[in-house]
Design a protein around this ligand. Sequence first.
Ligand code: DP6
Length: 348
Amino acid sequence: MSSEQPSALLSAQRTDTATAVAQPNIALIKYWGKKDEHLFLPRTDSLSMTLDIFPTTTRVRLVPGAGQDTVVFNGEPATGEAERRITAFLRLVRERSGRTERAHVDTENTVPTKAGLASSASGFAALAVAAAAAYGLGLDARGLSRLARRGSGSASRSIFDGFAVWHAGHAGGTAEEADLSSYAEPVPAVDLEPALVVAVVSSAPKAVSSREAMRRTVDTSPLYEPWAVSSRADLADMRAALARGDLPAVGEIAERNALGMHATMLAARPAVRYLSPASLAVLDSVLQLRRDGVPAYATMDAGPNVKVLCPRSDAERVSAALRAAAPVEAVHIAGPGRGARLVAEECR
Ligand code: DP6
């Protein structure tokens, strides 16, 4: 049993144990490429919708006297890269807090990891909110967004409800100035009742991490710079479409931005290709839906899964069309969801 409180309120309290819930977000204008790998400063601004499905719940408990951090992920001790990223993040939180206690982290994730379903966004947003509260950082939402960014760039956007824009910031000046310049914030959207229909083509972990793939794309793809330039224009168009509540325009811009991002990867050396034949079959079915008069538009991330934006009233029809298009593992219908928040657990 749990009751929820605004994160800004609870993160100001020092509790030594804190639990947070966060959901993934899917970018409509993509983040693809960093200008500072250490600070997680992206090359371009991005814009996303936080979903109301696939929550991650993370509890951080300080353990005075412990020699190291311990991490449990879905009931099993975390190992390898996952453990390394989480303990590096905890070190950063300790540096900021001036406290030295190690922590025990217990995280439950309901989304398949490393499958291009934004598990690192919900994961690091929940960890940032819980760790900031446990170590008493007293951060507001913008501060939590900056902190979440240091775990995984896209996590900066899952701090917020619904639509959020993540500012790329600037790499000049001191590291602190650069860090302060890059954060997400909510974007106003009027009269939109969108659904994002998620076709899980494969939940298997991807062969190339998004981190490695974006690095390779920036370093070697002749299409990267042109995409980055067009993505800036896409963002301006997207903001205008959201402000006037024009869902077909939102979808059209999101689809061209995502296809452009995948084109940059295909042109990388060696190429990175996440889309599978089943992904392409789903994309074909989206085209057919449009020919049939349904305003459905696709976006894809670092994996073969396809997310289809459409009016909420068309979501069931879209879902049925995607299931019929290819042998998909599952189809989920998501709406705009809440940002990361602390939950006060009474009976854990
Ligand atoms: C394709 O946020 O997972 O989903 O910052 O290296 O952890 P790191 O990368 P990550 O990349 C997400 C890339 C994307 C597009 C997006 O979410 O904007």
